[in-house]
Design a protein around this ligand. Structure first.
Ligand code: SIN
Length: 482
């Protein structure tokens, strides 16, 4: 039987950084569902947080806790911030080029709810793309695309590998250690900024296997997204735009976010998203991102990716303002694990990156903590994995029961209905009535003739709605209207 030492599910930053830290001698396989750059890392614009120095750690920790409504695990937040000094240094030492001034000093930007400029960026507003490309170049292990994982091989609390469709062929992949780095749940929502590959499959498998998810009521909505496109992935307008001085205005040019929080555009993401959503709903007015205060040369150099993308849609920045809406962006909750990525009660299975819930983000993630989270917890997980005492494993042979049909005829219709109800009833502003209606609809869909992948999405959707119903008081990104 062919077997890998380590199987990594996902080729975003968490998966690739893990691979870069695993020795060449290990037999490692990185798999991704589609092409490697179809991942959330690739679409990350603003940047990666790093504590500026030892003295900045306390402030970064405080900002993270405050944004997370103090629902975070403080110990894990401290690990995140302290370790950022070494992971950032490691990535730069390996050759990653973040933006610098003419003297070669790193340029730091600010995003909402940060008390200082501590976000490094690359390619202006293409940090994720640059980091992903860099990590792809660093990767010395086998990377296999078109590999859609639809089951975990688990027996008596140990994971032995996965079942996957590889180039549409059902396959069993065995490994001593399986690392989940598959990202979040974006495709569940009608409006989202995520890669189309991020569709909650592995979360759904975990629900099925009794592996705990945590903090699933805390879904994060990015405030400034252009949603008027026919594609599933909506266009993000990075928070760094507001960090550098862009305004959110209504049809009359009024900066209405000050009605909601004295920090206006720079309040934490949950507050800004809710403010925009509520103002539009209440007044019937449109909300816009206004860049007219920027000098043209500066804007185009600092935000080249956004300038080009919106040029193709007919916008001329910085003169034109652009209509915005919040959209689903990031899962604060996920597969429950400790600060080393281990899952309670499971051997041979780890989780890192957006898929994981270490408790670092609390009820609402602080902007640009996600790329940092990916590298910090990948590093800790690899250290844990390489230091543990290896048991000699008798790998059971798993039946090739490929009876599960991945897709069925009407899945598309149900998927659209799910995306709509997630957006409308398990979105930015929730009501108990709406949550109960969503729960019933999800339950009904589960009992239809559906394919396995949709069933997995529905398991994850159930976990979200159940968590939202359990938390009867608003907190952070979970907001219940009475
Ligand atoms: C952004 O650039 O606004 C997104 C950054 C993040 O999600 O933290």
């Amino acid at each position: 039987m062919e077997k890998y030492d380590v199987l990594i599910i996902g080729a975003g930053l968490a998966g690739l950084y893990t691979a870069s830290l695993l020795p060449k001698e290990k037999k490692v396989l990185v798999v991704c569902k589609d092409i490697p750059w179809e991942c959330n890392t690739f679409y990350a614009q603003g940047g990666m947080v790093t504590a500026l120095n030892e003295a900045d750690i306390a402030s970064h920790v405080e900002d993270t806790l405050k944004a997370g409504s103090f629902h975070n695990n403080r110990k894990v937040v401290e690990i995140l911030s302290k370790t950022s000094l070494e992971t950032t240094a490691d990535i730069i030492a390996k050759g990653m080029q973040f933006d610098t001034d003419a003297e070669g000093n790193l340029l730091y930007t600010k995003e909402a709810a940060h008390s200082t400029e501590r976000i490094i960026h690359a390619g202006g507003d293409a940090t994720g793309r640059y980091m992903h490309y860099f990590m792809m170049l660093q990767n010395k292990h086998q990377l296999q695309k078109n590999t859609l994982v639809y089951d975990l091989l688990i027996e008596q609390g140990r994971c032995y590998g996965v079942k996957a469709s590889v180039n549409y062929e059902p396959t069993t992949i065995y490994a001593d250690e399986v690392i989940i780095a598959s990202g979040g749940i974006g495709s569940l929502y009608a409006y989202n900024t995520n890669s189309r590959t991020v569709s909650a499959d592995i979360h759904g498998i975990c629900v099925e296997k009794g592996i705990a998810l945590a903090d699933m009521e805390f879904m994060q909505f990015h405030p400034t997204v252009f949603v008027d496109t026919p594609y599933a992935r909506k266009l993000l307008l990075t928070e760094a735009l507001r960090g550098e001085g862009a305004y959110v205005v209504d049809d009359e040019g009024r900066r209405f976010l000050f009605d909601y929080d004295e920090r206006g555009e720079l309040a934490s993401r949950d507050i800004v998203s809710r403010g925009i959503f509520d103002y539009k709903r209440k007044t019937g007015k449109q909300a816009y991102l206004d860049f007219s205060m920027f000098e043209e040369g500066f804007f185009k150099e600092r935000f080249p990716n956004i300038t080009r993308t919106f040029e193709t849609l007919g916008y001329d920045f910085p003169q034109d303002k652009v209509p915005i809406s919040p959209a689903f962006h990031y899962a604060n909750g996920g597969i429950k694990c400790d600060e080393n990525g281990t899952i309670l009660g499971m051997k041979g299975l780890y989780v890192i990156g957006e898929a994981a819930c270490t408790g670092v983000h609390g009820a609402n993630r602080l902007a640009s903590n996600s790329l940092l989270e990916s590298v910090v917890f990948a590093k800790r997980m690899v250290a844990h994995l390489l230091n543990k005492v290896y048991e000699v494993l008798e790998t059971p042979v798993f039946e090739k029961d490929y009876a599960n049909i991945l897709h069925k005829e009407n899945d598309k219709i149900y998927k659209e209905a799910l995306r709509k109800v997630m957006w409308e009833d398990i979105g930015i502003i929730r009501t108990t009535k709406g949550l109960h209606e969503a729960k019933n609809l999800i339950y009904d869909m589960k009992n239809k003739e559906i394919g396995r992948l949709l069933a997995l999405r529905l398991h994850t959707a159930s976990a979200i709605v159940d968590a939202a119903l359990t938390r009867t008081e608003s907190l952070g990104s979970h907001y219940i209207e009475s």
